[in-house]
Design a protein around this ligand. Structure first.
Ligand code: NAD
Length: 488
């Protein structure tokens, strides 16, 4: 692959322009410049992509030939790994994420992590026998088969686009499904560049992977979620769109897997080390707060509230931010103008609701261009207020005061979301005890990282349905068939 990003769709093994001939602009959120034009996939392109995926599933041996899948998926991982330095600048340009993040989860670590799913092909018990059972006077043996679901429609957001694209691609393909991927309009290259590598550097057969970028946020995705030829939707994005996809998937009774929003709580117990706490709190500014699992509510004990707030304010005032291509920056801009205006609007509402803004609280006017918002620290936040309940998706921390451990658990669980959380204490047992009471899909105890290719990740409540990664994540992409045989 040359260093230029790919602008074409991948349909039935062919890199192609949109059938309409239209393109849409890809904008760098740090400079507001158009950095490239991308084929603007329409309804007719999506229709062709679904047809190709259906044919590849129904008429080739992709779904059953595990040895072949293993070989070509390792080939894909090798090719992505070879090209990671070509991909890096384009990901930074379209996402606006700090380049330091591409040396971790945004790019470098998620490529080798794909091998966990490829290796899972050998770990899955594809056939198992239940043994003999008597039913209505007949003795039967039962065989349980695991099979791919079929055609998977994958829909992804813009915040960690490359990582989320491969997090769906790897298990869906390893399990034997074929796939149509629709990336977010803000970050098409993080998908189309994978398409180019698949087409030019792997033996993955035509139709197994199809990539339809579109400048339209919803219409082309709605074709995917409504089409009866699609068996499953794997979606990562906002809770609002997730609800819409669940309702639409119901029309054709699709399997629907949803990774949605969060408003996670970071509970600081009264014996915790407050210097570490302040640094951890400031880390919510990583990637300008545009992460679903970021702990954007910090719960502080009233006995140490003032001391902790002072340390937090000091840490927030020092957040390095600006040009995302600068390795020393922790955060760049927000992804687009709409997000920028939305976040500034939420900051204004929080002030009107009576929260005290200690650091930041407005646009970062030192930059002439780009969608930059100041790292922002609110304290004395009412746990029922909009700032405590709604996902901001910006560099904004809401600090809430609590009385005792029971009160902290109650406030943490006072959320329609349940994606992640954290607990810190001088006592590991005490922190773990609190972690067990938090109704979320992941929790960090004393800074421990829950993330890994084998760690199931997902949400309780309105944060989602199902799990990504690990065995639980792989099994989302499998069906179960039970076969009855006469007992011999
Ligand atoms: P979004 O929900 O607006 O869009 C996500 C994707 O859905 C995009 O590709 C978009 O084009 C598509 N889409 C929008 N409307 C659609 C429709 N009606 N039918 C089909 N597809 C449709 O989300 P976003 O703004 O791109 O991303 C931010 C959100 O994603 C945040 O809420 C964040 O918490 C969430 N997120 C969750 C996770 C997780 O794993 N839980 C990870 C990252 C982001």
């Amino acid at each position: 692959m040359t260093a230029a990003p790919e602008s074409r769709l991948l349909i039935d093994g062919v890199l192609t322009e949109a059938r309409s001939g239209r393109t849409f602009p890809n904008v760098n959120p740090a400079t507001e410049e158009v950095v490239g034009e991308v084929a603007d996939g329409g309804v007719e392109d999506m229709d062709a992509a679904i047809a190709a995926a259906r044919r590849a599933f129904d008429e080739t041996d992709w779904s059953t030939n595990r040895e072949f899948r293993t070989r070509v998926l390792h080939q894909l991982v090798d090719a992505l790994d070879r090209h990671k330095d070509d991909l890096r600048p384009h990901i930074v340009a379209e996402v606006g994420c700090p380049v330091m993040l591409t040396h971790a989860v945004q790019l470098d670590s998620c490529i080798p992590d794909m091998r966990w799913d490829v290796d899972a092909i050998d770990r899955i018990e594809w056939e198992s026998e239940l043994g003999v059972h008597e039913f209505m006077g007949m003795r039967s043996n039962r065989l349980v088969l695991r099979e791919p679901v079929g055609v998977v429609g994958a829909i992804t957001p813009w915040n960690f686009p490359f990582m989320l694209n491969v997090s769906k691609l790897a298990p869906a393909l390893a399990a034997g499904n074929t796939l149509v991927l629709k990336p977010a309009p803000d970050t098409p290259w993080s998908a189309t560049m994978i398409g180019k590598i698949i087409a030019e550097e792997t033996d993955i057969p035509p139709g197994v992977v199809n990539i339809v970028a579109s400048g339209d946020k919803a219409a082309v995705g709605e074709v995917l979620t409504g089409d009866p030829r699609v068996d499953m939707i794997s979606f990562t994005g906002s809770t609002g769109v997730g609800k819409r996809i669940m309702a639409r998937g119901a029309e054709t009774v699709k399997k629907v897997f949803l990774e949605l929003g969060g408003k996670s709580a970071n509970i600081i117990l009264d014996d915790a080390d407050l210097d570490g706490v302040a640094m951890g709190g400031m880390m919510i500014c990583m990637h300008a707060g545009q992460g679903c699992a970021i702990t954007t509510r910090m719960l502080l004990p009233e006995s140490r509230y003032d001391e902790a707030v002072e340390k937090l304010a000091g840490a927030f005032a020092m957040v390095p931010y600006g040009d995302p291509t600068d390795m020393s920056n922790l955060m760049g801009p927000l992804v687009n103008r709409a997000q920028y205006e939305r976040v500034l609007g939420m900051i204004d509402r929080a002030k009107a609701d009576g929260a005290r803004c200690l650091v930041g609280g407005g646009p970062a006017t030192q930059f002439e261009r780009g969608f930059f918002v100041q790292p922002t620290l609110f304290v004395d936040v009412d746990p029922d207020s909009g700032l405590a309940q709604d996902e901001v998706f910006g560099p904004v921390l809401a600090v809430i005061k609590y009385r005792d451990d029971d009160d902290a658990v109650r406030i943490a669980n006072n959320s329609r979301y349940g994606l992640s959380g954290a607990v810190s204490s001088a006592s590991l047992d005490r922190a773990l005890g609190v972690a067990r009471r938090i109704r979320t899909g992941t929790v960090s105890v004393n800074g421990g990282a829950w993330f890994g290719p084998d760690s199931p990740f997902g949400g309780y409540k309105e944060s989602g349905v199902g799990r990504e990664h690990g065995l639980a994540g792989f099994e989302e992409y499998l069906e179960t068939k039970t076969v009855g045989l006469p007992a011999t």
